[in-house]
Write a protein that binds this ligand. Structure first.
Ligand code: FES
Length: 579
């Protein structure tokens, strides 16, 4: 079927390289300064390798070498590989938050693909935001595309025990605050955590998005978990290069793969792996680009009945290296399929259905990938909360929360913004106890801007010293996929857009009821109307340039926080340039 599609449409690269006229001369001649012989312009598929390599993105710093293995596969299959750089988003370095630039990077990807003589593209992604940015950009062009993750780091090791990216940092810094860990030990952990190339090896956002990409069908099977330094990652890169050439010949495009069933599979996988809440925002944005119907409420529907099987930090005990040895994502997909929670016919980039790709997948370790009737958490699906505090929804991850806090009523301790939080959280006279609800405003898409990962705000030191380890927290921010706690996030509309969150005052009673999916502010409608009349939007923290464009056009979290003018698939057509 797919070969017929290809016959109907010539390779788009022939519009650049396929003519013996002045334009063809120009397009080929300059390319030949790279030592390319004339026969590589013989009409073979031209494959772009979209590379997010950057030494400022440590998780992707090994990508130049990885791209070489992709090129081997492309050459072997009869394609012409051409590598190009795009904006790289390093989670640990980029300020004010890498999320502010996800949409900008996606524009770079989209225009780089469309404007160049490319027939198909390999997307090299690793660190959190690089994966959604690349998929979003490729989806808006809809040329054949396959994703290759850079792979996770090896397990961190401290004093003979495993420590995990992010998760252990949050834990250790709390222990330092509580006086239970010395600063010297903390520094030693810093040196032991990141032992190899690769991205965070917890089930944080990068690992989650690698799993999500595989569940969507955008990668070859097994992509998500192979450690970055394992030779099998390079083998997969080679095979990915081979496969994209075939995909071009078959005209197998993202729109064939990113159908509603694929999003359902991805959402269920997030529940089964104990994945990051960030996946919600990224999948909503990807669906918006390709034009597939997908709404925030789907997460609550699709996630019900999905147990968390994968016992990885931050929800559980193990790390991505263990997950790979245990069988990786194909084993989880098989478990979901055998229990009626996989859309088996969803097509993947290898040309087979997802079920054909995983139905024989073995499990090697049932401690890491737990038995269906002995899960880490019986209800692992992300939860969508609604109520007068979040009319358009908020998200909570039950597997990372404290069971006793999932139904809770407490007094609000309100922070107007992140600076206010930082200034007062450690104050000895802060009016707070363990039953309080910490509320953080103005950290949504417009408010910060860029919706930073500050939703899992650290607890007041005076409560940490008392042994308190979790409290209900509420904000319009996101939280790191490596973080944990009873945290309601992504409140929409956000405070800076005039959402009800903006109206919460110190001491108001807030009710969280996860089984009923309820997030309620116990203040009368009349009082809220009075407060709304007095409310005025905060001054933007940044002005001018991309930040102003972003604040003006960013959508709310329930729509994926994409820029409104980037939503949709614009295809790969481009007017032919004449020199
Ligand atoms: Fe890059 Fe965690 S900082 S994946």
């Amino acid at each position: 079927m797919t070969e017929t599609k290809r016959e109907a449409r010539p390779l788009r690269s022939t519009a650049w390289f396929g003519h013996n006229d002045r334009d063809g001369f120009i397009h080929r001649s300059w390319m030949r300064n790279q030592g390319l012989p004339s026969h590589v312009f013989d009409g073979r598929p031209v494959i772009g390798i979209c590379n997010t390599f950057s030494e400022l993105t440590p998780c992707n710093a090994h990508f130049r070498g990885l791209a070489d293995y992709v090129k081997r596969g492309i050459w072997e299959a009869g394609g012409l590989p051409l590598e190009f750089p795009v904006f790289s988003l390093g989670e640990t370095n980029l300020r004010p938050t890498a999320m502010l630039f996800r949409n900008l990077a996606s524009m770079d990807v989209e225009e780089s693909i469309r404007g160049n003589p490319i027939d198909g593209v390999v997307l090299l992604a690793g660190c959190d935001k690089t994966t959604p940015a690349l998929i979003m950009g490729a989806a808006s062009c809809d040329l054949p595309a396959i994703l290759l993750s850079g792979g996770p780091m090896l397990n961190g090791k401290l004093g003979g025990r495993d420590i995990g990216s992010g998760t252990s940092v949050w834990k250790f810094s709390e222990e330092v605050s509580a006086g239970k860990m010395t600063v010297e030990s903390f520094m030693e952990a810093e040196a032991c955590m990141s032992r190899s190339p690769g991205h965070c090896m917890t089930m944080g956002t990068a690992s989650t998005m690698a799993c999500v990409s595989e569940a969507l069908g955008l990668t070859l099977p097994g992509n998500a978990a192979i450690p970055a330094v394992d030779s099998r990652r390079n083998v997969l890169a080679h095979l990915t290069g081979r496969r994209i050439v075939e995909m071009v010949r078959e005209d197998l495009c993202p729109s064939d793969i990113l159908v509603r069933d694929a999003f359902q599979n991805a959402a269920r996988v997030v529940g089964a792996i104990g994945g990051s809440t960030n996946a919600v925002i990224h999948l909503l944005a990807i669906a918006g680009r390709i034009g597939t119907q997908h709404e925030l409420s789907d997460w609550d529907t699709w996630g019900r009945g999905v147990p968390t099987l994968v016992d990885l930090m931050p929800s559980g005990r193990f790390l991505m290296e263990d997950f790979f040895y245990a069988g990786g994502l194909p084993a989880v997909l098989r478990d979901l399929g055998e229990h009626g929670l996989l859309q088996k016919d969803a097509l993947t980039v290898n040309g087979q259905s997802i079920w054909e790709s995983c139905r024989e997948a073995p499990v090697h370790n049932r401690q890491v990938i737990r038995e269906w009737d002995n899960p880490l958490h019986p209800e692992g699906g992300l939860v969508v909360l609604r109520g007068n505090l979040a009319p358009r929804g908020a998200v909570l991850k039950p597997s990372a929360a404290t069971a006793e806090l999932l139904v809770h009523r407490g007094r609000a301790v309100v922070f107007e913004n992140i600076e206010d939080y930082k200034a007062r959280i450690a104050a000895p006279d802060l009016d707070v106890d363990e039953t309080s609800v910490l509320v953080l405003k103005n950290c949504g898409p417009k408010g910060y801007p860029g919706m930073p990962e500050v939703g899992n705000m650290g607890l007041p030191p005076k409560l940490l010293e008392k042994g308190v380890r979790d409290m209900v927290r509420l904000s319009d921010a996101r939280m790191s996929g490596t973080a944990y706690g009873t945290v309601a996030l992504h409140v929409a509309p956000e405070a800076a857009a005039g959402g009800p969150l903006a109206l919460v005052e110190q001491g108001d009673l807030i009710e969280l009821d996860v089984p009923s999916r309820k997030l309620h502010l116990d203040v009368s409608d009349e009082e809220l109307a009075r407060r709304a009349e007095q409310w005025s939007p905060p001054e933007p923290a940044m002005r001018g340039g991309y930040q102003s464009l972003y604040i003006e056009h960013v959508q709310q979290a329930d729509l994926g926080a994409d820029l409104d003018f980037l939503v949709g698939c614009r295809g790969a057509e481009v007017p032919r340039e004449s020199h």
